[in-house]
Design a protein around this ligand. Structure first.
Ligand SMILES: [Cu+2]
Length: 272
């Protein structure tokens, strides 16, 4: 019976290599093999000129990181926190990937004496727990900072339905209802009270905040804040039926001094 590295350490269990490799082969390698074979089949059926364009999908994919629906182009402090977290996670993941690749390269080098305990305790436990703890702590810290607070924020209502959004916001002469357009002031915290009348939807303005579910029978609260006046885009971020892809809306950010006088008096005015 062959034994895996680490045999002899306290608490280490003898593992038969052949069944372990069989299990990896059946459960992991087969999955990768199927994935690659499907990609190969897809490439095989594509016409040759199209195959040559395949590398272009990379910049096209990266192009999705910019634009009106990009969480990496924040237009407010909450979205900036989320974008910062995204970049921090990407940097950490890049470092870890490079580290693992370096270990992989070392495996192809000449054999060298290593301390099994250092690998199992230091890298196996210490590194994993350290990374997970850092990621969890940072995520909780950022999540806490973008939570709504009881600080007198402006409240607007977002009512989702198949397939659109109806908003109610305070106007100069009382509440103003709009269809597909949300009006908020710049540089002031705004809480969106999100609900729905049919199925689950999700309210998301990527450049202002994270997303939040619209759940029938419940009202969820999301904090928005925009830095400057302008027009932003929002979408439903939860598949909700055949019309989901078109369930977009617009967010008009008004200068603080124009709020709420610049709002249309009614929904019909806002559609003009
Ligand atoms: Cu949807």
């Amino acid at each position: 019976m062959e034994r895996v590295a680490g045999y002899g350490d306290p608490g280490f269990r003898v593992v038969e290599r052949a069944p372990l490799l069989d299990w990896i082969d059946q459960h992991l390698m087969c999955g990768f093999a199927m994935l690659f074979s499907h990609m190969r089949m897809l490439l095989d059926v594509l016409p040759h000129p199209v195959k040559r364009l395949a590398p272009l999908t990379v910049p096209l994919g990266l192009a999705g990181c910019d634009g009106g629906l990009s969480a990496l182009a924040p237009a407010g402090p909450n979205a900036a926190e989320i974008a910062w977290l995204w970049w921090a996670l990407l940097a950490g993941a890049t470092l870890l990937t490079l580290f693992v690749l370096a270990l992989l390269l070392m495996a192809f080098g000449p054999p060298r004496a290593v301390s099994e305990r250092r690998w199992t305790h230091g890298l196996g436990l210490g590194l994993s727990l350290g990374v997970l703890t850092a990621v969890l702590a940072t995520g909780l810290w950022v999540g806490e900072r973008i939570l709504p607070r009881d600080d007198g924020a402006i409240e607007v209502h977002a009512h989702a339905y198949q397939w659109g959004w109806r908003f109610t916001q305070p106007g100069a002469d009382g509440p103003v209802e709009t269809e597909g357009v949300l009006h908020i002031p710049a540089n002031r915290p705004v809480d969106v009270l999100v609900t729905t009348e049919d199925v689950i939807h999700a309210f998301w303005v990527p450049r202002l905040a994270g997303k939040i579910d619209a759940i029938p029978g419940r009202t969820n609260r999301l904090r928005l804040e925009a830095d400057t006046p302008g027009a932003l885009s929002g979408i439903c971020a939860e598949f909700c039926g055949i019309g989901h892809a078109g369930m977009r809306f617009e967010v008009i950010v008004h200068a603080g001094e124009n709020w709420p006088d610049a709002l249309p008096a009614s929904a019909s005015d806002s559609d003009e």
